[in-house]
Design a protein around this ligand. Structure first.
Ligand code: NAD
Ligand code: TDX
Length: 334
């Protein structure tokens, strides 16, 4: 198969590019990425010389460049990881979120339709469902997004649905819980806490630390998207979860314990506006229909992630400079 992975230079997209090249040696994988602050060619060092791998620098909002990449490479399917992804940045300035996460998805759907591609997998989030007071979100739960990021992702997901219903454009949507693992940009909570602590700085915990997130390791998420890409029927929606629901205070305590540090390294900071209290995903459908199950335990995955950041300062040190420092100062009022 010839697959266009959009956003393949980011955290999860780069894991999926490497996963496809390793597990499907006869596939051609085209990574289409704008290289925003979150896109990082260092994530792809292992595969850049692979003859089945092609990189195209491009914006999913630019239909001309997108269509050329599809035509030149005779693309059959798209997996869309390209997005603006950080909730706090969306609170500071939603503009680019609306552009990429809604208009960009529209462009991709138009291209799928125009070129008669076999499938498009839209990688989306549990955040579109809002905060879970009790129970877990199923694929049929109503959307109730609470941040500009979540509402932009919801817009992209609605477009996928409407293109399937109206034009039979073969889009499939996944709603995933929080990803973690190596190569995650150090603005997201796990790599931010780990790298701050490695630098001797504190871990900034929002509000009362009682917010709950469900965490899935990169390896499990790649396997789930593999199942969706190859087996899901057009128009389907799948939740991807792990069952590992953890309060942020427990998360930081686990990190501190593995790193041999004390609770004095926690700094309580002002809460995120509109901060969702809890996310929880019911992933029965993908297990029953596609035979996928998560394998990595959170404690094992977290330890491996901390080991990776400890061993790969070259990767993250340079990211925590320049524009990042401006962002960090604004976000944490330091
Ligand atoms: P990321 O922020 O690490 O990377 C995003 C990538 O998209 C970057 O390489 C960036 O350069 C690229 N990009 C951004 N705008 C683009 C544009 N207009 N055109 C082309 N490329 C563009 O992302 P991530 O955290 O790995 O998330 C990947 C996807 O998974 C996103 O769609 C996100 O909404 C979704 N998701 C993320 C999580 C999570 O915990 N991180 C959880 C559920 C769903
Ligand atoms: O400094 C921090 N301190 C803190 O307590 C940061 C950055 C976060 N937090 C809290 C907020 C959340 O409750 O940690 C939790 C996780 O925060 P993020 O890493 O920003 O992730 P979240 O807001 O849950 O969103 C993530 O998961 C769903 C991704 O960024 C989204 O792209 C994805 O859709």
């Amino acid at each position: 198969m010839r697959v266009l992975v959009t956003g393949g230079a980011g955290f999860m997209g780069s894991h999926f590019v490497k996963y496809l090249l390793k597990n499907y040696p006869d596939y051609k994988v085209v990574n289409f990425d704008k290289l925003t602050y979150a896109g990082n060619p260092d994530n792809l060092k292992e595969v850049e010389k692979n003859p089945n791998y092609v990189f195209v620098k491009g914006d999913i909002c630019d239909a001309g460049v997108l269509e050329k990449a599809i035509k030149d490479n005779k693309i059959e399917a798209i997996v869309n990881y390209a997005a603006e992804t950080h909730v706090d940045r969306s609170i500071m300035d939603p503009t680019v979120f609306l552009r990429t996460d809604i208009f960009g998805v529209y462009n991709l759907l138009e291209a799928v339709r125009k070129f008669g591609l076999k499938k498009m997998v839209q990688i989306s989030t549990d955040e579109v469902f809002g905060s879970a007071r009790e129970g877990s979100f199923t694929e049929d739960s109503p959307f109730a997004p609470n941040s500009p990021y979540a509402s932009s992702k919801a817009g992209g997901d609605h477009l996928c649905r409407s293109y399937w219903v109206t034009y039979q454009t073969p889009a499939v949507v996944t709603h995933s819980c929080n990803f973690y693992g190596s190569n995650q940009f150090p603005e997201k909570v796990i790599p931010l806490f780990i790298t701050n602590l490695l630098e001797g700085k504190k871990a900034p915990l929002y509000g009362d630390g009682q917010n709950v997130r469900e965490w899935i390791h990169t390896s499990d998420h790649c396997a789930a998207v593999d199942a969706v890409l190859h087996q899901a029927e057009a128009g389907a929606v799948y939740n991807i979860g792990s069952g590992d629901e953890i309060k942020n205070i427990e998360l930081v305590e686990k990190i501190l314990k593995i790193m041999g540090l004390g609770k004095t390294m926690i700094e309580y900071v002002k809460d995120r506006p509109g901060h969702d209290r809890r996310y929880s995903i019911n992933h029965k459908k993908i297990s029953q229909e596609l035979g996928w199950k998560p394998k990595m335990s959170f404690d094992e995955g977290l330890k491996a992630t901390i080991d990776w950041y400890r061993a790969n300062e070259w990767w993250w040190k340079k990211l925590k400079s320049g524009e990042y420092l401006e962002y960090y100062k604004k976000q944490y009022s330091v």
